[in-house]
Design a protein around this ligand. Structure first.
Ligand SMILES: Nc1nc2c(ncn2[C@@H]2O[C@H](COP(=O)(O)OP(=O)(O)OP(=O)(O)O)[C@@H](O)[C@H]2O)c(=O)[nH]1
Ligand SMILES: [Mg+2]
Length: 459
């Protein structure tokens, strides 16, 4: 019933029922115009052209046909249309010329700006956030992922409900009577309906939050167990399409969906891998980041955030071959900082080096220097399996530095502790003495208490 209600009140290109798509992508593909801006006051490292190229990929992933784009340099956005009034005229002309049925802004528009633009241009207007939400809706696979996307969609939709009514009012108003009479006459029921819709959506949001809280409680229990087990967690983070899932597959032999697509992964996947020294760690794939992704949207992906927050080590995967690799790396660092997880041990993984074959070492060195990342990195090709041994060794070394050094003499009847040490910790020296196994090495802090009674105090 809720869906049906919403359907009536929603303009064609925004719908949330059934497939939970924010706009229709049925064939023929909707022709879309893209609008970008390079806003001085935003201090983004991105050039408008590069950002627009990315928006075009997002539009394509969401099923739109891009028929043109314009951009403008601004000191700051104009309150009424975001872009300047002259640019709006230019946009109107371009829309005439291309017959575009939808305009997509690269920046988040306020509900008021969207309304003003739709009235002025007489065409549906979306922003980058709406496109990303649409792609999220297409790609969410798990129950939790779907709940999260639906919540994010309603939270996005709620402040924008009014314009859809304005839309309907106008249509009804032109249908009969004097234009002002039509609008005034409809305002009453329109407002009432709007209130009903708001209340329904509020209720749905509350329900979704409850469901998600349940999922989180459940996962927290699992996480507590995992923490107690002392198995280190390594999380793959990075820009969308950097190759995180491909790397997870290469390291773990898993078969996670990887594709040349933005936001192929929405639901974190965790696999156990064994490092060269025999130590087991959990490797987790997460949602990719993208510039101009509103933080509250990232925050909606709690499963991903919790994984990052739990991680003992982050592997920041960078597509070294992307022309905007530097902007990507900066965006990821910035997003991690915003999420409050920036100060975690991080190892940079430069991926897709197979595509750099033939590029001189000096050139690669320059690109790496330009990235502005710590010089501490491992270069790999997740696809070809190059550099993976070096990466495993580096993971092992980095995790070991966070462990506590321990020396212990473990009696033979507690051989289970010896094998646990091999699986969870680092064994530097091991000797079989008369009274037990003498081990020198490192263990995760959580496991140290189990060894306390066998510990030599001289270390
Ligand atoms: N040439 C080359 N292509 C790669 C490599 N690693 C990944 N790719 C390709 O890059 C694309 C993206 O890979 P994914 O593993 O899906 O990337 P991701 O980081 O998981 O992306 P999202 O889940 O969308 O955030 C796919 O087409 C991969 O085949 C590599 O080492 N070399
Ligand atoms: Mg992925």
């Amino acid at each position: 019933m809720f869906s049906a209600r919403l359907k009536e009140t929603t303009i064609n290109e925004i719908r949330t029922q059934d497939g939970k798509r924010l706009h229709s992508t049925a064939t023929p593909r909707t022709r879309a115009l893209l609008v970008g801006a390079e806003v001085e006051s935003f201090r983004s490292p991105w050039k408008a052209e590069d950002s627009l190229r990315e928006l075009a990929l997002l539009a394509d992933t969401a099923g739109l046909e891009v028929v043109g784009s314009i951009y403008q340099r601004l000191d700051q956005p104009y309150p009424k249309f975001f872009i300047g009034p002259g640019k709006v005229k230019e946009l109107a002309a371009l829309r005439e010329q291309t017959g575009a049925g939808l305009i997509v802004f690269d920046d988040e528009l306020s509900p008021g700006q969207t309304r003003n633009l739709e009235e002025e241009l007489q065409v549906g207007v979306l922003d980058r956030t709406a496109l990303i939400l649409d792609i999220f809706a297409q790609h969410a696979r798990t129950h939790e992922g779907r709940l999260q996307v639906e919540l994010a969609q309603y939270q996005y939709l709620l402040p924008r409900l009014r314009r859809q009514w304005t839309h309907l009012e106008r249509q009804a108003g032109t249908g009969g009577g004097t234009s002002s009479g039509g609008v005034v006459g409809l305002r009453g029921p329109g407002e009432t309906q709007l209130e009903i819709d708001r209340r329904l959506i509020d209720r749905r949001i509350a329900w979704l939050k409850e469901q998600l809280a349940d999922v989180h409680r459940h996962r927290e229990l699992y996480r507590k167990r995992r923490r107690r087990s002392g198995v280190p967690v390594v999380a793959l983070v990075g820009y969308t399409n950097a190759g995180k899932s491909t790397l997870l597959n290469a390291l773990s032999g898993a078969d996670v969906y990887a594709a040349n697509q933005l936001f192929a992964t929405l639901d974190p996947t965790t696999r156990q891998i064994t490092l060269p020294g025999g130590q087991e760690v959990l490797l987790t794939d997460t949602v990719g980041f993208i510039q101009k992704l509103p933080t509250q949207l990232v925050a909606a992906f709690r499963a991903t955030l919790e994984e990052i927050d739990e991680a003992d080590l982050l592997l920041h995967v960078v597509d070294l071959t992307h022309p905007n690799a530097q902007e990507h790396a900066q965006t990821v660092e910035h997003t991690l900082k915003e999420l409050g997880v920036a100060r975690r041990p991080t190892l940079t993984v430069l991926n897709k080096v197979d595509l750099m074959a033939g590029v001189g070492a000096a050139e690669v060195g320059r690109i790496v220097a330009d990235l502005g990342l710590p010089s501490d990195f491992v270069a790999v090709s997740a696809q070809r399996g190059w550099g993976l041994d070096a990466l495993r060794t580096r993971i092992e070394e980095t995790i070991a530095t966070a462990m506590v050094p321990i020396e212990a003499l473990i009696p033979y009847q507690r051989n289970d502790l010896v094998s646990l040490w091999h699986r969870r910790g680092v064994v530097e020296q091991e000797e079989y003495a008369n009274d037990g196994t003498h081990i020198l090495g490192r263990l995760p802090r959580e496991l140290a208490p189990q060894y306390a009674q066998y510990q030599n105090s001289n270390r």
